[in-house]
Write a protein that binds this ligand. Structure first.
Ligand code: KQY
Length: 364
């Protein structure tokens, strides 16, 4: 039976591997809440099926599903996807799910962060979040691995990326936000990240993608290709507020050294043209007090950086935009040897995230 541990990952010799390292599987959670997903989640469910189909060509996929949607999910998903009943409040397993860590002997364990729906009662996106906060523990038991509960430390998986060699990138906008760990200083947070993920160097970007409702998760703006090499969301359009945000982050990345003392190679991954919520999309979302309204004409936080790195593949959100082709070409060139699988992902974007936010890898 998997245990809850009183030690720390660093003390026990564990580290978080890069997402580009080999996986034994991937988790997703089925979307259904009607105050986040339009039309009762039906269009999003079909897109989640496409993402699960794509990833399951390369590694085993588990879909966690609330009781009332089990039959529908099982009916829509291919037989090779494992479908398990598991309660949740929403469907962002990157953020509420376990972060898996490994040691040099190849053992796997899980970190179970505190989850408070991206800001708790300060600026969180829904209430309650109690079922989501149990997902990481349930995942560790499904994977039959011991876990640590990071009590008193709020963190979402989408707010960090690591290179597996001691370096972590994040944003100040998110990790220093008042709704997460207001009692912790930047140095305290760096110490927690070191303790739980085995990292030695934190590179602090300033802000995430313009209007990102997660307080600027790094997984929408910057990701590692491999140690020493990153992709940064970019636009040349100086009239777009995204330009100044990306330019500030570029300067930080160009000045940075990673944990091994390397300078970083930075690839610019151009964002799609601004994508706005349509009238039908706005009207399809239930207007519930305490959740974000989806207003017609509002701009969505669209970025190609929110891709999932699978075994031998990249599952890439695309938007029916002229930049789609350039994004596919750039990823094919930097991730040589991996197949780039585009998925039209507007329905996930409408819910506030994208492919990376709805997936969580389990390393080998
Ligand atoms: O990681 C993410 N981008 C999650 C977004 C959650 C949005 C909830 N409406």
């Amino acid at each position: 039976m998997p245990k809850r541990l009183n030690t720390t990952p660093r003390g026990d010799g564990y580290r978080m591997p890069g997402e580009f390292e080999p996986h034994r599987g991937c988790y997703l959670i089925w979307p259904q809440r009607p105050d986040n997903w339009r039309d009762g989640g039906k269009p999003a469910q079909h897109t989640f099926v496409k993402v699960a189909e794509a990833i399951s060509r390369f590694e085993p996929v588990t879909m966690l599903v609330n009781e009332d949607q089990y039959d529908n999910a099982r009916g829509l998903l291919p037989a090779r996807v494992r479908v398990l009943e598991c309660s949740s409040n929403d469907s962002w397993v990157r953020d509420c799910g376990a972060t898996f860590v490994v040691n040099d002997a190849g053992d796997l364990r899980a970190v179970d962060w505190e989850f408070n729906a991206w800001g708790g009662l300060v600026d969180g996106l829904y209430f309650p979040w109690d079922k989501d906060d149990q997902i990481a523990r349930k995942m560790s038991e499904l994977e039959d691995v011991d876990s640590w509960r990071a009590d008193g430390f709020v963190l979402e998986g989408g707010s960090i990326h690591v290179d597996g060699e001691g370096t972590l990138i994040t944003t100040e906008e998110c990790l220093l936000s008042p709704g997460r760990n207001p009692g912790l200083s930047r140095a305290d947070i760096e110490a927690k990240l070191g303790e739980y993920l085995g990292v030695e160097k934190v590179i602090w970007l300033k802000n995430g993608i313009y209007l990102d409702e997660t307080n600027g998760h790094v997984d929408n703006i910057c990701n590692f290709v491999r140690p020493g090499e990153v992709l940064l969301a970019w636009t040349d359009d100086e009239s777009d507020p995204q330009h100044a945000i990306s330019a500030e982050n570029l300067a930080i990345l160009e000045a940075a050294r990673d944990a091994r003392g390397r300078k970083l190679t930075v690839h610019k991954l151009y964002t799609p043209a601004p994508i706005l919520i349509s009238q039908a999309e706005s009207e399809g979302v239930d207007a519930v007090d305490g959740t974000l309204p989806r207003v017609e004409g509002d701009r969505l936080a669209a970025s190609y950086v929110n891709f999932y790195t699978a075994n031998d593949a990249i599952v890439l959100p695309v938007f029916d935009d002229p930049h789609d082709a350039d994004a596919i070409a750039l990823l094919e060139s930097v991730f040589e040897g991996r197949e780039v699988v585009p998925v039209f992902a507007r329905e996930i974007l409408l819910g506030g995230g994208n492919v990376h936010c709805i997936t969580q890898q389990v390393p080998v």
